[in-house]
Write a protein that binds this ligand. Structure first.
Ligand code: NI
Length: 169
């Protein structure tokens, strides 16, 4: 399996809105597998298609505790149907926003619909860490990064740091 390159801020591709997947075929399933390899290698608990340069609506995630082994989920054309409650996602991070973490306000519970890697319809309720990961990854499908959801001051701090690092390269 291939480890794919992960795009990082300020890559403009990460700001793009994705398009729905119209057909799940073997080639796309191979992409799911490569994304899983990439996510586990990073390591991370979620990865959205735009992060590996694919402008389509799908995400993968695995929030299982390490000692339980892998529990990979593929979610194609996901939608949050309802959300309720508030939770602070402490120290949220993103593989596309390296070396930066911040608290983000998220919904506590979400009702999600989509299809799985074989095209079977899915509908489930998520809470806690799973709800946070799903909201974070769905944001990627709409061109939103978690740094777009933090205070302007903290965001500026991060952006200045990235600019400085890019100049030094
Ligand atoms: Ni992310």
């Amino acid at each position: 399996m291939t480890v794919l390159d992960i795009l990082t801020y300020p890559d403009k591709f990460l700001k793009k809105q994705t398009k729905p997947v119209e057909n799940i075929d073997g080639a796309l399933q191979t992409v799911f597998d490569s994304m899983a390899t990439t996510m586990y290698a990073a390591p991370g608990v979620g990865l959205a298609a735009p992060q590996v340069g694919i402008g389509q609506s799908f995400i993968i995630y695995d929030v299982a505790p390490k000692e339980d082994g892998h529990d990979l989920h593929v979610l194609v054309n996901p939608k949050i149907i309802t959300s309720e409650g508030e939770i602070i996602s402490e120290n949220e991070g993103c593989l596309s926003v390296p070396e930066f973490r911040a608290d983000v306000q998220r919904a506590e519970r979400v009702l999600v619909e989509g299809v799985d890697r074989d095209g079977n319809p899915l509908r489930f309720e998520a809470e806690g860490l799973l709800a946070i990961v799903i909201q974070h990854e769905l944001d990627h499908l709409n061109g939103t990064l978690f740094i777009d959801r933090i205070s302007a001051l903290k965001r500026q701090m991060y952006k200045r740091r990235v600019k400085k690092e890019m100049k030094q390269q």
